[in-house]
Ligand binder design. Structure first.
Ligand SMILES: [Zn+2]
Length: 200
């Protein structure tokens, strides 16, 4: 082991504090990623996890390599890492905010939730694909949209149907105000009446 490296199992109290200070930008970055994931859902764990691992690794390496060096070098490393994490956060935030405005509207539920046409919607879980249509026995895509829409908006019990609420969805997707349902509240309630009591 190089002499400027340290044994992590034998840290002094002061060194342990320094380790925490170095890990702080990575911890804040992880919190930030979770916040962005909730609000700007095109980002998921496949982006967030590697980003967290890289920042965690970098800040930890920064600590290991500078803890036995001059304080000046340590502050410089800490400053550099904080700047790097801040810029990465800003870049990711701008990128995913931009992506969110590019999302396509799901024809079934009306949320702006699709990165590409044919994706499985993260709100209603319906993919508008020929395969899904065939597998579920729909004659046309119009039939598919209407039937799935009726099921999606079918209320539990006697709640009133509002096609534009909640906005945003519990997952954080905005409703497309220009979207129009192909069914009506009256039609949904009529079908609900015909269901066995256990399903109403
Ligand atoms: Zn949908």
């Amino acid at each position: 082991m190089k002499k400027n490296l340290i044994d992590i199992r034998r840290l002094t109290g002061k060194e342990f504090s320094w380790m925490f200070i170095f890990m702080l930008p990575a911890l804040l970055f992880a919190l930030f990623l979770v916040k962005v994931m909730i609000e700007h859902t095109p980002m998921d764990f496949s982006v967030a996890m590697p980003a967290m691992v890289v920042t965690g690794g970098l800040t930890f390496a920064g600590f290991i390599y500078t803890i036995r060096q001059s304080p000046k070098l340590r502050y410089l490393a800490l400053g550099g890492l904080t700047l790097f994490v801040s810029l990465t956060s800003l870049g990711l935030y701008l990128y995913f905010t931009h992506l969110q405005t590019q999302l396509l509207t799901c024809q079934v539920c009306g949320y702006k939730s699709l990165s590409e046409a044919g994706d499985e919607c993260p709100v209603c879980f319906i993919p508008l694909t020929a395969t899904f249509q065939a597998e579920n026995g729909y004659e046309s895509q119009e039939d598919l949209i209407k039937a799935e829409q009726i099921m999606f908006f079918m209320p539990v019990g006697r709640e009133e149907i509002d096609f534009y609420q909640p906005d945003p969805s519990p997952e954080g997707f905005a409703k497309d105000k220009d979207w129009k349902p192909v069914t009506t509240a009256a039609e949904i309630l009529e079908i609900q009446q015909m269901l066995p009591d256990s399903l109403q």
